[in-house]
Design a protein around this ligand. Structure first.
Ligand code: ACO
Length: 312
């Protein structure tokens, strides 16, 4: 089997920062409540004229620059999103037009906050099977458009943004070592977008219980599948939903705090965009080194989960 890895990464964050204090002005909440329950201090909220595809295109262009590739090198576009511009066309088709690469296949993938991991795993299959060489995988969300700003239980949690990676064949021993994806539809009712209101509704406690069980479990499982142990892990990039959930996974893996990404503080929960946004931040911070063993792990609506163990 081929070694498939990330050869380029790029992001897009809207410029508008909304701090917890700003939310205190519009709803009955406090900076202290949000910080202590979630770890979130601020999030980015896109303006009305920016949609999911706009952020996806910017992130994709940045990833191409980072990989030193032309758009014409891409032969498959996958976009993980729960907040597409339209039911159809897909965001992926809009990205294809935005990048000016006619005829390459393009599709969206729906697995809520696990979407990015699902999409990377899907892209890898096409490279493994020699069908495509360079796959553009994007997680992009304008979650703010499905938030009920009158519902303090959900509105304080989410943010907007996009992250993109390019998957290609990499040198022997590097790239994705193992992956796991899973779903439990019996938990679908706990986290969904209501058809009538088009707003997110969530049973926070049930999702919390699921996440603190599933995140460490799937992380340990993928490490084992890679033939490694938790001690071999250099850095954990978990889905950024809640610092208490991240801390539980970190403790189960026995990792020090500086080996785990916690961009939730500044981004909030950006759903399918959170893992590539976090990964990019840690690369920028100099936390990820050549040859490091990294675990990406997500969970979300569905309920779904997914993890990837890779060597950078
Ligand atoms: N400000 C102030 N008070 C609030 C707020 C707020 N923003 N939101 C809720 N409260 C109140 C509640 O009304 C409740 O009051 P009550 O006791 O009088 O009824 C109280 O705070 C405590 O609420 P809890 O639900 O017990 O708070 P908890 O400690 O469970 O934290 C939270 C809530 C943060 C939502 C937590 O349950 C959580 O993080 N769950 C997981 C959510 C998650 O990860 N979602 C993303 C999934 S990914 C995807 O696919 C989209």
């Amino acid at each position: 089997m081929k070694c498939v890895g990330i050869v380029g990464i790029g992001t897009c964050l809207p410029s508008n920062v909304v701090a917890n204090r700003d939310l205190e002005e519009i709803m009955e909440t406090t900076d202290e409540w949000i910080r202590s329950r979630t770890g979130i201090e601020e999030r980015r909220i896109a303006s009305d004229d920016i949609d999911t595809s706009d952020m996806a295109i910017v992130a994709a262009k940045n990833a191409l620059l980072n990989a030193d590739m032309d758009a014409s090198d891409i032969d498959l576009i996958l976009v993980a999103t729960a907040t597409p511009d339209y039911v159809f066309p897909s965001v992926a088709c809009m990205v294809q037009e935005g990048l000016g690469i006619p005829n390459v296949p393009a599709m969206d993938l729906s697995a809520a906050c696990s979407g990015f991991v699902y999409a990377v795993v899907t892209g890898k299959q096409f490279i493994d099977s020699n069908t495509y060489k360079n796959v553009l995988v994007i997680g992009s969300e304008k979650f703010s458009k499905i938030i009920d700003w009158n519902d303090r239980n959900t509105s304080v949690l989410f943010g907007d943004g996009a992250g993109a990676v390019i998957l290609s064949e990499v040198s022997e021993g590097k790239g994705i070592l193992a992956f796991e994806i899973g779903a439990d539809g019996t938990g679908a009712k706990h986290l969904l977008v209501d058809n009538k209101t088009n707003f997110v509704t969530m049973n926070g406690r049930e999702v919390f219980k699921f996440a603190v069980r599933q995140m460490p479990e799937t992380s340990l499982s993928v490490i084992e599948k890679a033939g490694l142990t938790a001690e071999d892990v250099d850095f954990l990039v978990p889905h950024q939903a809640n610092i208490r959930i991240i801390d539980t996974a970190r403790a189960r893996l026995g990792l020090e705090k500086d080996k785990v990404s916690t961009t939730v503080t500044n981004h909030g929960n950006t759903s399918a965009a959170s893992i590539p946004l976090a990964l990019f931040s840690e690369i920028e911070n100099g936390k990820i080194h050549d040859g490091d063993v990294i675990v990406l792990v997500g969970f979300g609506g569905g309920l779904t989960w997914g993890s990837i163990c890779l060597r950078w």
